[in-house]
Design a binder for this molecule. Structure first.
Ligand SMILES: C[C@H](O)[C@H](O)[C@H]1CNC2=NC(N)=NC(=O)C2=N1
Length: 119
């Protein structure tokens, strides 16, 4: 059981530490169950669905502001009705707690906006 990530903030990662093991990443995923481990658990990814292009764009604008506030930046692809978000920590070429903090906060953003539609 990992402690609540929603109340945490990203911390600077300068490298020199190992990435999360797949097992630890899986434990973190309990708080972000809609995210998938990808590329041998070196990154996480989620696709959010929206009603149209404008709502997807509004979400990624909010996501970008969150990323700047947390100094941790996802890769984002988007189009009509969707945004696909990928997170990893470059300095360690894998996953860090920061990636899951961002995942949980992005999920909250999407839910709070109430503009996301079910898959
Ligand atoms: C110094 C600064 O914290 C780092 O360069 C940050 C910036 N944003 C980042 N975002 C992501 N997703 N991974 C990183 O490794 C990363 N590094």
């Amino acid at each position: 059981m990992t402690e609540s990530l929603a109340g945490k903030s990203c911390t600077p990662c300068r490298g020199g530490i190992p990435p999360l093991t797949p097992e630890t990443a899986e434990a973190y995923r309990a708080q972000a169950p809609d995210w998938a481990l990808r590329d041998e658990a070196t990154r996480i990814e989620r696709t959010y669905r929206f009603r149209n292009f404008a709502e997807a764009f509004a979400f990624i604008c909010r996501a970008a502001r969150l990323a700047e506030a947390e100094a941790h930046h996802p890769d984002i692809g988007f189009g009509w009705g969707y945004a696909t978000v990928s997170l990893r920590t470059k300095k360690i070429k894998g996953l860090h707690e920061n990636d899951f903090i961002m995942a949980v906060k992005l999920d909250r953003l999407a839910n709070a906006a109430a503009d996301q539609v079910a898959d």
